[in-house]
Design a protein around this ligand. Sequence first.
Ligand SMILES: CC(C)=CCC/C(C)=C(\C)COP(=O)(O)OP(=O)(O)O
Ligand SMILES: [Mg+2]
Length: 448
Amino acid sequence: MPSDPSDPPFLVAAAAAVAEAVAATAAAAAAAPATATATATTPATVETVPAPSVSGASVPAPSVPEPVAVPEADGLQRILRGPSGLGTGGLFRVSPLPERLPEPGAEVPGAPEASASLPEPVEGVPVPGLYFHPVAEPDPVRVAEVSRRIKDWAVDEVDLFPDEWEGQFDGFSVGRYMVVCHPDAPTVEHVMVATRLMVAENAVDDCYCEDHGGSPVGLGSRLLLAHTALDPVHTTAEYAPDWAESLGSDAPRRAYRSAMRYFTELASPSQADRFRHDMARLHLGYLAEASWSQDDHVPEVWEYLAMRQFNNFRPCPTITDTVGGYELPADLQAMPQTQRVIALAGNATTIVNDLYSYTKELAAPGRHLNLPVVISEREGLSDKDGYLKAVEVHNELMRAFEAESAALAAACPAPQLLRFLRGVAAWVDGNHHWHQTNTYRYSLPDFW
Ligand SMILES: CC(C)=CCC/C(C)=C(\C)COP(=O)(O)OP(=O)(O)O
Ligand SMILES: [Mg+2]
């Protein structure tokens, strides 16, 4: 890509890095035989998408993003690491992210023996055959500080849980979760913004939908009223006080209200609106799951996957830029290609949850839907074969996420977008790490 002499040096460096990656990607795609993944069988068509201006100039992007070819690991890793070289330091508020560990020729890293390449042994066993990237344990000092502050917030500011739930709160290890998912957060307070939201989101899920008093009955009403803690009601003077008072009337609403206040102090209006949209998606997903539960209905696999795209971790990686102290401009965030990357990342991370929480959900009363259960039921497979097929579904989603992310980085090398893509990838890896190592909460089935 020709560079304008007036471009700041980091843009020139970014363009050069990406141009190199594009060449590597195109060469790899031309040389590579068709592979097992659906995306890899599509010819590579990497077109350059001009970065839209923040002022809102129209973006000539296709309305339906084309799947792209999977780049070889080297090119992909280079893109996801982001720009490097003179002048790029300003793209990283803190020291550069730890690099993903290489995958030397292994088709599926992460089988138990592969964990020998980790810097330190970690607790928990990865799902055999799962495609994931191991990461190092997060900084224990930062984890301890976030853990201390989040407990204070939960107890003193929002009165989140009764004493008997304290062990579960601690066992969730939300401080470790959020520190490992946001390695580029410039301060502890930035991590806290994500941590409060994570706690609040789980409070709503547990108390409204699941095993801490939740039920599908009346869920729509509860979710809508809680949603107004994120998306305020603009009403008349007569009715506004009742609405405002309602936000303090249970723990999920207190948590949403407070976490959202902290978030909007840091987020731009556009970032806040993006988050509200994702939370509305989440609540829609909860409702579909609840209606199937009320009807004792097992959806088809594709229907389950559609529901799980909404009942999904997406609101968490979507705020990676706010937590990182920068902003992905709305025009870049709204591009169909960016939306596809975010959706694939959310889907891969959420199927990771289905796999790690499988035994927990099997032990819970009633039938709890997750991907292995739905595949077994709908496709007439044994529990083990349903689980193994769910691993394959995850792996395909994960590879598609990485391929689309790499292609987008190559096509649109805006620095904020490159950093955002790295942030989403870090969230994906951190999410896996937390699930694997949270042995208080999760354990694997005995299939191997
Ligand atoms: C943090 C957040 C946005 C959560 C939304 C939905 C959610 C709780 C998940 C995607 C996790 O799935 P699940 O409800 O199955 O959680 P556990 O398996 O109970 O950990
Ligand atoms: Mg689960």
